[in-house]
Write a protein that binds this ligand. Structure first.
Ligand code: ATP
Length: 283
């Protein structure tokens, strides 16, 4: 059986992190998690053993959780299950308390690749989920237009994806995700395809956006430094599904520093200690 860790108690909102502080209820009041996973076990059809076993976790409103784990341990598989793209062997997924297990389209899921359609303009791309869901085109554009500036995309409405930089395409993909009217977003290595400088800019921009909009996020990353820089809390996944050992959450590390003070904190021994804890959990 995979090692498991009980990460199913969302931290008290406001404990740390600008977004959590701004979006949470009064201190002491228990909040319904934005997203909750209860004892989720997932298996691919062609596999004899589950890839992910008995995972429980909770994300508080406005919280940024980073999920780290070795390649192949099942992070994307877990995201598939959380986004309702696969039906679990057992367990459930709750969005603001509502059971959304096996129901795609409720929890937004943004992949490493931006998946913008090359033959459509940026405006058409970001509006696509809305128009597919039946929103008239004009209404979708009206909803999207005011957000172009906040997403750093002003002037790109009529451009095509090939005319944009990698960072801009990722911002367009994020705007498309955000327009689905979901404040809970799963992001699978969203910055890994970008060059180092753009990646750094995107992290800062993304953190301020998340705080402004009160989004709750789970972000998969291979990069422990990225996790320490961005997360309110880091969950570490362990196991080896290819060797028949299902993965689970093996531990978590709290980042005890508000997002607004992160740049200075990263220069302190406390940040190195947080990184060391994550590396130890990764084994
Ligand atoms: N569509 C699929 N069908 C069958 N098996 C799959 C599928 N996707 C992933 N797997 C298997 O599930 C296991 C976990 O893969 P997964 O992609 O979830 O890991 P990961 O932690 O996200 O890896 P990485 O960090 O390299 O992206 C692997 O053994 C993989 O072969």
């Amino acid at each position: 059986m995979a090692p498991t860790h009980d990460a199913n108690v969302a931290p008290e909102p406001g404990a740390r992190g600008l977004g959590a502080a701004e979006c949470g209820p009064a201190a002491g009041q228990a909040a319904t998690p934005a997203l909750e996973v209860r004892n989720l076990t997932l298996a691919w059809e062609d596999s004899e053993t589950p890839t992910v076993s008995d995972v429980s976790l909770a994300v508080a409103p406005g919280e940024m959780v980073c999920l780290v784990g070795r390649s192949g341990c099942g992070k994307s598989t877990l995201f598939h299950g959380m986004a309702g793209l696969t039906t679990p062997v057992s367990g459930s997924v709750l969005l603001h308390g509502e059971d959304v297990t096996g129901r795609p389209g409720r929890v937004s899921y943004m992949l490493q690749k931006d998946l913008l359609l090359p033959q459509r303009t940026i405006m058409a791309n970001v509006c696509l989920p809305l128009t597919l869901a039946g929103t008239p085109r004009a209404a979708a554009r009206e909803k999207a237009e005011p957000l172009f500036e906040r997403f750093g995309l002003n002037g790109t409405q009529d451009s095509y994806p090939s005319e944009l930089s990698g960072g801009m395409r990722q911002r367009a993909a994020l705007l498309r995700t955000y327009l689905m009217d979901n404040d809970v977003v799963l992001m699978d290595e969203p910055f890994s395809a970008l060059d180092a400088l753009t990646r750094q800019d995107m992290r800062s921009w993304f953190l301020s956006l998340v705080s402004d909009l009160g989004m709750s996020c789970v972000l998969v990353t291979h990069d422990v430094d990225e996790a320490v820089e961005m997360a309110d809390r880091i969950l570490v996944m362990g196991g080896n599904p290819t060797a028949g050992v299902p993965s689970g959450i093996v531990g978590e590390v709290d980042i005890d520093c508000a997002r607004g003070q992160r740049a200075e904190w990263l220069l302190t021994p406390a940040s190195l200690e947080a990184k060391r804890e994550v590396l130890l959990l990764l084994g």
